[in-house]
Design a protein around this ligand. Structure first.
Ligand SMILES: Nc1ncnc2c1ncn2[C@@H]1O[C@H](COP(=O)(O)OP(=O)(O)OP(=O)(O)O)[C@@H](O)[C@H]1O
Ligand SMILES: [Mg+2]
Length: 258
């Protein structure tokens, strides 16, 4: 436990009378891909929103590499190295791929007027460095995207939009990446390609810990090292996909039967 990358203990989140997350304990190790699954409304997105400081927990703590980050603001948590994608895409579709990626860079460009006016060569160097970083990251996913760097996101396919969102989350070199239903809206073929992208990310960043929320069970089966199953905000099972999929309470939660 002490060596965990991310560790949450007793996470509880309430919305009025509704307990959306109830005493959740989990940990994520370096290099691990953890699946977070469960029926609609079981608390998966709430878990991400709480880890990233968007929602306040009624109880519980979260630590990153042993450092307590409970109660940190979303910006502080981002700076500590936890980034995410959203269930509904949050890209500025009228802006270019490059602009959308730059938004995700914590060490954004120097906006000091003096610097921009009088140190043009340094500014040019800074911009070139950013462009190269962006190109390197997106070429991992789809080398053809490098040629679309200055095209508006509105012209891209769903899978390329998702890729841009993941690239944006990766550009700050995070320690933890949280993916909320990345395959939503993709065709089966796109979903397969996206699974290969995930393998590629893991190979390129062996220390990165990833938590994946996903409804497509074949994605969960093929990419996760371990799974946690939520039902009504409670963890009802944990283990390999094979183990959790055999668990009777998981089947009941999904089928809504007793
Ligand atoms: N901001 C909020 N205010 C009130 N209730 C909320 C809020 N966010 C989530 N909830 C409620 O908390 C519960 C868990 O929602 P959550 O979005 O975490 O589920 P989920 O597992 O991500 O579901 P889905 O698979 O549909 O995305 C639901 O009952 C939901 O209505
Ligand atoms: Mg959700």
């Amino acid at each position: 436990m002490g060596n965990s990358l991310l560790n949450s203990q007793g996470l509880t989140v309430k919305f009025g009378g509704l307990t959306a997350l109830s005493d959740l304990n989990f940990s994520l190790e370096k290099g691990e891909l953890l699946g977070l699954i469960g029926p609609n409304g079981s608390g998966k997105t709430t878990c991400f929103n709480t880890i990233t400081g968007i929602y306040r927990q009624a109880a519980g703590t979260t630590s990153l590499l042993g450092k307590d980050i409970t109660g940190f603001t979303p910006q502080q948590i981002y700076k500590c190295g936890i980034t995410r994608t959203f269930q509904r895409l949050r890209l500025a579709v009228a802006l270019s791929v490059f602009d959308n990626l730059l938004i995700g860079d914590s060490s954004s460009l120097n906006t000091n007027l003096f610097f921009n006016l009088f140190q043009r060569s340094k500014l040019k160097q800074e911009i070139e460095k950013k462009i190269n970083k962006v190109k390197k990251i997106i070429s991992v996913f789809n080398p053809a995207l490098v040629d679309k760097l200055y095209e508006p996101v509105s012209k891209l396919s769903m899978i390329d939009r998702r890729r841009i969102e993941v690239c944006r989350a990766l550009i700050s070199d995070p320690k933890v990446l949280l993916l909320d239903e990345p395959s939503a809206g993709m065709t089966q073929e796109e979903t397969r390609d996206f699974m290969n992208d995930l393998h590629e990310i893991k190979t390129k960043s062996p220390d990165l810990g990833i938590i994946l929320i996903e409804h497509e069970m074949n994605v969960i089966e093929s990419v996760t090292d371990r799974c946690i199953v939520l039902s009504y905000g409670k963890k009802i099972s944990e283990g390999s996909f094979k183990d959790v999929s055999r668990n009777p309470s998981v089947r009941t939660a999904y089928l809504g039967e007793d």
